[in-house]
Design a protein around this ligand. Structure first.
Ligand SMILES: Nc1ncnc2c1ncn2[C@@H]1O[C@H](COP(=O)(O)OP(=O)(O)OP(=O)(O)O)[C@@H](O)[C@H]1O
Ligand SMILES: [Mg+2]
Length: 230
């Protein structure tokens, strides 16, 4: 990419490389999806294009809804790059943030993390009410921005490559289930904390939330049955 000078690799993910650089003199992140050689080249190209479109579309939609996501600066299908706002200043992944609180000697981890969980529940409720299903909710795909005054941190949602628009309760239930599985396996002893998130989701979603949460319970039971059968 000639528009970026001195790009620096900051993260090698499963699907993409993330470079830090600048775009029109602003600090920017370059998300470059690499080719998967095990896929047929034509299929690989079309999957990549769909993911890039989904990502850019949802990033823009979220911002219109007041959900904090990186601004999209540019998208180039030929080089497989999305250029977006660099939100790394004062941020860390939610995963690291929770790890740090859990490993600190604070005696009330639940109380410390409760406001954050309420915020996440509220954000996912807003996404779902507007028919955006994220598709890959994990604590690595959420960034926590610490307020200058150390008040309740702001949450930034990223990595929308698997997102899509769907109004069904089933798909929203699965979205929550993916997060629950990721959350509880990444962060031990957080069942209570996750309940806070779901309560906030219910409260903020309002009418229709019971249908989604019933679906979540159904998907959980299916999951359990599957592990019992082996
Ligand atoms: N706009 C951004 N500003 C700051 N940091 C970012 C930005 N986008 C991505 N990152 C950082 O790069 C990491 C990987 O980004 P992302 O999740 O979009 O890619 P990925 O290929 O799906 O990675 P993974 O396979 O690890 O999920 C994030 O966890 C975050 O730390
Ligand atoms: Mg990711």
């Amino acid at each position: 990419m000639d528009i970026a000078d001195n790009k620096q690799l900051v993260k090698q993910g499963a699907e993409a490389k993330i470079f830090k650089g600048s775009f029109l003199r602003k600090p920017a992140m370059f998300k470059e999806r690499f080719r998967k050689t095990y896929r047929h080249p034509i299929l690989d190209e079309s999957i990549t294009k769909e993911r890039m479109k989904a990502e850019a579309r949802s990033l823009v939609r979220c911002r219109m809804l007041g959900i904090h996501t990186p601004a999209v600066y540019s998208i180039d299908f030929s080089t497989r790059v999305i250029i977006m706002e660099d939100v790394s200043e004062d941020t860390q992944t939610m995963r690291m943030y929770i790890d740090n609180v859990q490993n600190s000697n604070k005696n009330d981890v639940l109380k410390e993390l409760k406001p954050l969980m309420e915020r996440v529940g509220q954000i996912i409720a807003t996404l779902h009410k507007n028919s955006i299903v994220h598709g890959d909710l994990t604590t690595s795909n959420m960034l926590v921005k610490l307020g200058r005054d150390r008040s309740t941190p702001e949450v930034i949602i990223i990595d929308f490559g698997l997102s899509y628009v769907d109004g069904s309760a089933e798909d929203k239930g699965v979205d929550l289930y993916v997060l629950e599985r990721a959350f509880l396996s990444t962060h031990p002893n957080t069942e209570e904390l996750f309940k806070t998130l779901l309560q906030s989701y219910r409260r903020n979603y309002g009418k229709g939330s019971s249908e989604v949460l019933n679906k979540l319970e159904e998907v959980r039971m299916r999951g359990r049955k599957r592990t019992m059968v082996g």
